[in-house]
Write a protein that binds this ligand. Sequence first.
Ligand SMILES: C[S@@+](CC[C@H](N)C(=O)[O-])C[C@H]1O[C@@H](n2cnc3c(N)ncnc32)[C@H](O)[C@@H]1O
Length: 250
Amino acid sequence: MFSSRIKNFLSDLKVLYCMAARPIRGETDAERLEAFYVHQADSYDRFRKKLLTGRDDLMRSVEPHEGEVWVDMGCGTGANIEFLGDNIRCLKKLYLLDMTESMLKVARKRVEKLHWDNVEVQCVDATAWRPEGEQVDVILFSYSLTMIPDWFAAIDRAYEALKPGGRIGVVDFYIARKFPGKKRMRQSFSTRWFWPIWFSLDNLYLSSDILPYLTRKFEEVSLLERADRMPYCPIFWKKMPRFVFVGKKK
Ligand SMILES: C[S@@+](CC[C@H](N)C(=O)[O-])C[C@H]1O[C@@H](n2cnc3c(N)ncnc32)[C@H](O)[C@@H]1O
């Protein structure tokens, strides 16, 4: 018990170091992602449980139906898919796609261990990916869009891959436009200024255009906007804004 606590504490420290201090080197996006994740992929799931909230909300909002083809784009370690429980088995196919091999290694182990024989893990770039032959019913982006510099291209590729009526589900950090419109959450000047700088240290691209671009391209099925305290840092006063969006291809 005591030794597992120390082990967890040391593994959290390692992740914190990778996120806050370790230089992220590389010539390409793929190299930089690998450099960022290679020393934290094994500890990723435990640490991100508190940080990347709303992933269960997303999985609950996008219900699986018998025979569907799903894609989790930027799947990381594939942990989100566990929220589906036994419903995974009703899908015809589920693709776990990501550009970082060290994360995919953990995803492959998970798929093997849980005997998901309708799940396939592939290394792809979301901005260039096209499905082979089949059209897709559901595409998920869980905290992956903001890690893609050309997130416009990633959303466009997802739109093309979905069949008419197909659904997109996104959960991510974001900032709002200064005047986001009726029914949308307004954010203070300091929020809109602070978080893009904070996240840019880890090469995350928070843009006030992501949510408007999603709602322009897809018919809105549901949208949740909220702000939560930062875990591991209870005295920090600024809340992290995030959204959970489900849309339908028109
Ligand atoms: C913060 S992690 C989220 C992982 C997982 N979806 C989750 O919710 O825990 C972001 C993931 O996006 C992946 N990613 C970033 N850019 C990508 C791209 N262009 N194509 C595919 N995956 C990408 C990263 O490798 C990383 O695994």
